[in-house]
Ligand binder design. Structure first.
Ligand SMILES: [Zn+2]
Length: 487
């Protein structure tokens, strides 16, 4: 007697992350079950967004989306630094008001997010949180963690906080030196500014200890806790922010709240290289997002940015972008093929042995995809599983019009797309549906011609359709599959 095998979606592995704090792999358990609170350091808006920004933001977008796919509610906060030395300098150089600068470049940043399909829940701006920042600094002064210098600047007293250097793995005070331009008014070379006293020509706000503006590090401590509470789950950013920025954020926050850990998991993205070299202003090799987008399109960039694990280095070069563009096409046409099969055919009776094997292969890839994503969000391996899926779709599912296998494959492709978001969903209009039927009739006529060995006319039909962008693929056994392929 034939017993139908059980086809079940495999259970999913627990999520593990590599925590920069302690530099070890840990199981992911949010502080509050079911809810993930996440903060990433956003841009200082004094110039156009470049690919390095895009890389970090997209990495955390994918992490967030995967957590959502796994059933978590995620609150994602990413700040905008709209007052800073760099902004003031840019305003001075260009003779424009600093607010004009921040307006221009924050719009550029928002445009990039939109094109790259990155969605952030809360976007706090520093200049809208000055009072919160002043209160926080006052709290640090009151608790003895900060001191006011004669100039009116306020500094964090690193010696008062135990645990400085743990995040970055720098354990000697010599390695902590920072802000060397203000050495003479700091108690120690490693103290850092919470508040910068006003200098003529600079924007300022009034504070109890004098007019001035916030330092860079304090803003992230203040705005993250304002929206996520005194402790939260994930803090992300580029690898270059580990020291001093994140070390300082952590010191301020644990000092202020008196709670450890302030952040449970610290995640950092690897460097972006440009043809093998580190991207930097001094090398003059910065690639602006809007330029790259003109050349490659946002979705090719999105897929390319996710083609490496977020901690690994990623290299911007012609070859890898062409690869991403080809992969994007493959994934999109596999998606269209599957939806066409499900639209046009209907479920058969009992599953044949060959189709059953195909379904089992799809289930294995489902496991591979989730294993990769659960293993510290390894998008590179997850993508590799999906590229293997497209091969199975092209080799087995499409030529045989396997309805059941197509529906399994489509579900996997949709889960993949929840994270990667690179499929261009085209709504099927009535005209599309009619065109599809018409092409089916022509393809049927051509198949009959081939069966009667009238190859001349059959080839003519194929060539004419090809000119219109309708490509026919003949498989052994007489089956023909068509696709609309337009450049
Ligand atoms: Zn920050």
């Amino acid at each position: 007697m034939f017993t139908s095998p059980v086809l079940e979606w495999p259970s999913l592995p627990r999520i593990r992350v590599r925590n920069t704090l302690g530099n070890r792999v840990e199981y992911f358990e949010p502080l509050e079950p079911g809810i993930v609170r996440m903060y990433t350091c956003g841009p200082t808006v004094y110039d156009y967004s470049h690919l390095g920004h895009a890389r970090t933001y997209i990495a955390f977008d994918a992490i967030k989306r995967y957590l959502v796919l796994r059933g978590y509610d995620v609150i994602h906060v990413q700040n905008i630094t709209d007052i800073d030395d760099k902004i003031i300098n840019k305003a001075r150089e260009s003779g424009r008001d600093w607010r004009e600068i921040t307006e221009l470049y924050s719009n550029d940043y928002f445009e990039m997010l939109k094109k790259l399909r990155i969605h952030i829940d809360i976007h706090p701006r520093v200049t809208e949180h000055i009072n919160d920042i002043i209160e926080f600094i006052q709290g640090l002064i009151d608790k003895g963690y900060a001191y006011i210098a004669p100039s009116g600047s306020v500094y964090f007293d690193v010696d008062k906080y135990e645990g400085y250097g743990e995040l970055s793995g720098r354990f000697s005070p010599e390695e902590w030196r920072q802000e060397e331009d203000v050495l003479r008014e700091k108690k120690h070379p490693y103290d850092f500014a919470l508040w910068k006293a006003w200098k003529p020509g600079e924007p300022y706000w009034e504070a109890p200890w004098g007019r001035g503006r916030p330092g860079w590090h304090i803003e992230c401590s203040v705005m993250s806790s304002k929206y996520l509470g005194p402790q939260f789950d994930i803090h992300g950013g580029g690898q270059d922010l580990v020291f001093p920025h994140h070390e300082n954020e952590r010191a301020q926050s644990e000092a202020f709240f008196g709670k450890k850990p302030w952040v449970k998991y610290w995640l950092h993205t690897g460097y972006l290289l440009i043809s093998g070299e580190k991207m930097s202003k001094s090398l003059g090799n910065i690639v602006i997002f809007r330029e790259a987008e003109k050349k490659w399109g946002a979705l090719t960039l999105r897929l390319w940015l996710l083609s490496a694990h977020y901690r690994a280095q990623l290299d911007y070069n012609e070859e890898s972008l062409i690869q991403a563009r080809n992969n994007l096409r493959r994934i999109n046409s596999a998606y269209e093929d599957l939806t066409k099969i499900l639209r046009e055919s209907s479920p058969g009776g009992r599953l044949g042995e060959k189709e059953l094997r195909t379904v089992q292969e799809v289930l294995q890839l489902y496991t591979d995809f989730h294993n990769a994503m659960s293993n510290d969000f390894n998008t590179a391996e997850a993508l590799a599983a999906i590229l293997r899926l497209t091969r199975i779709i092209n080799r087995d599912i499409v030529p045989n019009e396997y309805y059941t296998a197509a529906s399994f494959a489509l579900r996997l492709l949709k889960e993949f797309n929840t994270v990667f978001d690179v499929i261009e969903e085209k709504p099927v209009t009535r005209a599309d549906a009619e065109l599809e039927q018409l092409i089916n009739i022509i393809v049927k006529v051509r198949s009959d011609l081939r069966a009667r060995r009238d190859y001349q006319l059959a080839d003519w039909i194929r060539a004419e359709l090809s000119r219109l962008g309708i490509k026919l693929y003949d498989y052994p056994g007489g089956k023909t599959v068509w696709r609309i392929e337009r450049e």
